[in-house]
Design a protein around this ligand. Structure first.
Ligand code: AKG
Length: 262
């Protein structure tokens, strides 16, 4: 049974994104949500244990954590990352062979969760080939006041923009020329926003009393390299081969850090 319609694929090519209905049961989402809590506690602990840690890093770990490569620190997420909706998005938008390129748990705590500036995912680390897909997944509800993502439909057509570190050095931002066309992508738990790595998007602060949890796996063709150095890059974790789910051993933990280098 197909989970993604022709119309959604068309929307992806025209507007750079589409949003699915909820794809998991309440119990499955609760298990992922609990796993996020465990990973976040562990992450705060590991940052606190680092030598010469500054206040800014401590604050980011608490209030704007991007916990990377979670498929290597959670058996549950290593399985979740090959959910049917992700594999179908890979098949229809990448091709019969696809790898997990990057994945992170992104949490915005109530009242304190910080915003994340306008950017294209490809702007962080241009690759060859350039474009890949991001499957932003709402584990909790995501709405304007708890910091949902915003997109500028059609902005993927403008190619790769210049990205610069923001003043605080916390994100690499681009300047959109049509911010007035931005729309919030409000989602119920279990919905997935599938978007191009070239679409301009951002997320707002969490000013509400409700936590916002997003799981953000990204998929690319196998053998993707950094555009400049030509070095192999990314999680390099096969998810699809010859149009079928790839089953390879769970990788060793590789890294867990703020998501600034993808
Ligand atoms: O979830 C967020 O707040 C922003 C995530 C994002 O834009 C990204 O990881 O590229």
């Amino acid at each position: 049974m197909s989970l993604i319609s022709e119309q959604q694929i068309q929307q992806f090519h025209e507007e750079g994104y589409f949003v699915t209905p909820p794809m998991w049961t309440k119990a499955e989402l609760q298990a992922v949500s609990d796993e996020f809590d465990r990973l976040h506690d562990e992450y705060i602990g590991s940052v606190a244990a680092m030598d010469q840690i500054d206040e800014k890093t401590r604050d980011l770990a608490k209030n704007r954590p991007f916990i990377g490569a979670v498929h290597t620190s959670s058996d549950l997420l290593c399985e979740f990352v090959k959910s049917p909706i992700y594999l179908e998005a890979c098949l229809k938008l990448i091709g019969p062979d696809a790898d997990l390129y990057y994945n992170q748990a992104v949490i915005k705590p109530p009242l304190h969760g910080q915003a994340f500036g306008w950017h294209q995912d490809s702007g962080y680390q241009p690759t060859t080939p350039l474009e890949y897909i991001t499957c932003w997944t709402a584990i909790s509800r995501a709405f304007v006041d708890n910091g949902c993502i915003w997109v500028i439909p059609g902005s993927q057509k403008g190619g790769l923009r210049t990205h610069r570190f923001n003043e605080q050095g916390q994100s690499k931002d681009a300047v959109p020329d049509n911010e007035n066309e931005a729309i919030p992508v409000e989602m119920e738990p279990g919905q997935v926003a599938v978007f191009s790595s070239l679409i301009l998007h951002k997320s707002g602060p969490n000013t509400s009393r409700e936590i916002r949890k997003g799981y953000v796996p990204q998929y690319h063709v196998p053998g993707v390299v950094i555009a400049e150095s030509k070095k192999i890059f990314g999680d390099v974790y096969p998810v699809l081969r010859d149009g079928r789910r790839a089953d390879v051993p769970v990788p060793e933990p590789i890294r867990r850090q703020q998501g600034l280098n993808r």
